[in-house]
Design a protein around this ligand. Structure first.
Ligand code: F3S
Length: 295
């Protein structure tokens, strides 16, 4: 998505964030699924929906790509290709796919893969592991699944305050790639204030996330209303919404154009638009076009 600043005939402006939409890892994974659907041996499955967008998932279903819900459904599959999405999965899922004799196509984002490696190595070396992120998010569950010791997941300052270091082992702290950058720093500050030494903090929030959060914050601070587009279960979209809402009370979270009531926008000024990393450009363009025409 390139930067898009357009003034309509009424002199009102719509600005689409430069980094809205698919990040590198999601784009790579989605392209891989379409490639497999076209060329790969059938049947093709993704382990979980490839992105948080019903339209794309439904389109893939039409092309013969079925999104598996989890390990139980995977155990019923006897042939075909399983694609791991950009979020990644626990090590045991790789083992299960191999044990069932299925073809594995790994579209895990390389930035997530790097966290898997860190967690596997540091836990084997005897470190305690903390993942800063949301415990229910598939990426975090995948990361946890590469540790050989129990992992603590911390998603808020309150949870950080409740953390107790019970053993005198080195501590490695990593982050979910799409975590809120400011929250990460605050949580790290709390954790490190409890511990005098022997910790290793790895800020594994990916550049794409940091870039789009910084940009969204700046954009939201300078406009009269802000629209954030993305799936309900998309963690990075939720973070963008939180960040924008702090800057502008007139911030709206929508999944698709039909969710949005244009009358909510102020009658004059400037509207900013950003979107989560798994929001297709087509949808961003649809929303921005509608706002430009109707605003
Ligand atoms: Fe990868 Fe960062 Fe996207 S970790 S999947 S490039 S948000």
């Amino acid at each position: 998505m390139t930067e898009n600043r357009i003034e309509n005939s009424a002199g009102r402006e719509v600005i689409v964030a430069e980094h809205a939409g698919f990040c590198f890892g999601v784009k790579r994974a989605v392209e891989e699924v379409y490639r497999q659907a076209q060329e790969g041996a059938k049947p093709v499955y993704t382990y979980g929906p490839i992105i948080h967008n019903e339209e794309v998932v439904a389109d893939l279903e039409k092309r013969g790509v079925h999104a598996l819900e989890g390990a139980k459904e995977l155990s019923q599959v006897h042939e075909g290709t399983i694609i791991i999405r950009s979020h990644g999965v626990e090590k045991k899922i790789y083992d299960q796919i191999t044990a069932q004799g299925l073809t594995l196509v790994d579209a895990t984002c390389p930035f997530v893969k790097k966290i898997h490696r860190i967690v596997a190595e540091r836990s084997s070396a005897g470190d305690d592991i903390i993942v800063i992120g949301s415990a229910s998010h598939p990426e975090v569950q995948g990361i946890v699944g590469w540790s050989s010791v129990p992992v603590t997941v911390i998603g808020s300052e309150e949870e950080a305050k409740g953390y107790t270091c019970t053993v005198d082992r080195p501590l490695t702290i990593v982050s979910q790639t799409t975590f809120n950058y400011e929250k990460f720093n605050k949580i790290v500050e709390i954790l490190t204030s409890m511990r005098y030494d022997n910790y290793n903090i790895l800020n594994t929030i990916c550049n794409a996330t940091e870039e789009r959060q910084t940009e969204a914050k700046k954009l939201a601070a300078g406009v009269d209303a802000m629209i954030v587009i993305g799936g309900k279960t998309s963690s990075n979209t939720h973070n963008l919404f939180e960040i924008c809402k702090k800057e502008s009370a007139n911030t709206y979270y929508i999944q698709k154009l039909a969710d949005f009531d244009i009358r909510l926008l102020p009658t004059r000024g400037c509207v900013g638009i950003t979107a989560g990393a798994s929001t297709p450009n087509k949808l961003i363009e649809e929303v921005s076009k509608h706002v430009r025409n109707e605003f």
